[in-house]
Design a protein around this ligand. Structure first.
Ligand SMILES: *Cc1c(COP(=O)(O)O)cnc(C)c1O
Length: 363
């Protein structure tokens, strides 16, 4: 069976060379005589893997020395709880910008725990078709942090700028755009990301946290959610997500081999431009996101007719273009074109879109 072009928002495509290397090493890793999945996380072989993964990521993202890199479990959603529990004690209150479903969930989670949290900006009234413009004066001066979701996976929007928060730590969910382009880590207090969009299989969550922010954890919080404990134990307080970390290491090597995040960005921009330029050049499909908020990773579009949208997704799947159905909460179509999606995949999608438009004239 041939591999398809998989436009899933997550879990999503992994680079073929990474899968092939993992397959070669599946049963016997190096001289270890066993699979990575069967190794003690305390063994020298595994120690080299996790240390290497961190070193490669530091190089790839140019992570400053005063930041800790944590490989955790629980998904990005667990960090919705961990963020306030680790940080709110700094001042006792925190601000959130709500630009879509995941940032809304993060906000609600902090609210649910009874914390003093405020939504300082939202684009909900515009169906999240763009990201908010955040200026420093909107943030409470005594906020412990400002939380944003940098790339909104469901709506296909992305911040085209890093909000200036002054001395207030910026906390960002980068689940769906991590390692897609260079980003200045020093502008953030905390970055977190579930791995399954652009980095590895599901099961690993990356947290990058500035060291001075490790000192505000709630005293009675669950140890497993406490970044400081995880940092002091090099992500090995308990068993880490061993296999996803190993795959992440292969992904980091793959990107570095291609030329790093500058090259990745060049490739991602080329793919996204190809698709957006096509969308802008015709009137059968409509891209609802405002141009200055367009995501490089998740491209949303509709025909304007829910039945046609449905037909599109099902016929595309038959043509080897899978998972183009939009998120169940918004409908329409969504093409997730993460790092591992080849340029040819986007070309194939556009060819299919043209054919579908010609064969399905609107009433
Ligand atoms: C997918 C996603 C999440 C949820 O991730 P889980 O790992 O499933 O908890 C959170 N935020 C963003 C931006 C996402 O894309």
């Amino acid at each position: 069976m041939n591999r398809v072009y998989n436009f899933s928002a997550g879990p999503s495509m992994l680079p073929l060379p990474v899968l092939e290397q993992a397959a070669r090493e599946m049963v016997c890793y190096g001289e270890s005589g066993m699979s990575v999945m069967e190794m003690s996380h305390r063994s020298p072989d595994y120690d080299a893997i996790i240390k290497n993964a961190e070193a490669l990521l530091r190089k790839l993202m140019n992570i400053p020395d005063n930041y800790k890199v944590l490989f955790l479990q629980g998904g990005a959603s667990t960090q919705f709880s961990a963020v306030p529990m680790n940080l709110i004690k700094r001042t006792g209150k925190a601000d959130y910008a709500v630009s879509g479903q995941f940032s809304g969930k993060a906000f609600k989670e902090a609210q649910k725990m009874g914390y003093d949290v405020k939504c300082i900006a939202t684009t909900k009234d515009d169906n999240f078709d763009h990201v908010p413009t955040i200026t420093r004066d909107m943030i409470r001066p005594d906020a412990a942090y400002l939380h944003i979701c940098f790339n909104n996976t469901i709506y296909g929007t992305k911040y085209g700028y890093i909000p200036d928060t002054g001395d207030i730590p910026l906390v960002a969910d980068l689940s769906s755009c991590i390692i897609s382009e260079p980003i200045d880590v020093s502008k953030f207090g905390v970055i977190y990301a579930g791995a399954q969009k652009n980095m590895a299989p599901a099961g690993m969550t990356l947290v990058i946290v500035r060291e001075d922010l490790l000192n505000y954890a709630e005293e009675d919080m669950p140890t497993m959610l406490e970044w400081k404990t995880m940092a002091e134990n090099d992500s090995m307080y308990n068993t880490p997500p061993c296999y996803p970390i190993y795959i992440a290491k292969l992904v980091y090597e793959w990107i570095l081999g291609l030329g790093g995040l500058e090259k990745m960005q060049e490739m991602n921009v080329a793919k996204a431009n190809l698709l957006y330029n096509y969308l802008d050049s015709q009137d059968y499909y409509f891209a609802p996101v405002k141009k200055d908020s367009r995501s490089l990773m998740n491209v949303t579009f509709v025909t304007g007719d829910a039945d046609l949208d449905k037909k599109f997704a099902s016929e595309a799947a038959k043509a080897g273009l899978k998972n183009l159905k939009g998120h169940r909460s918004v409908g329409g179509m969504r093409a997730s074109i993460y790092n591992a999606m080849p340029y040819a995949g986007v070309e194939a999608l556009i060819a299919f879109m043209k054919k579908f438009a010609a064969e399905n004239p609107k009433a």
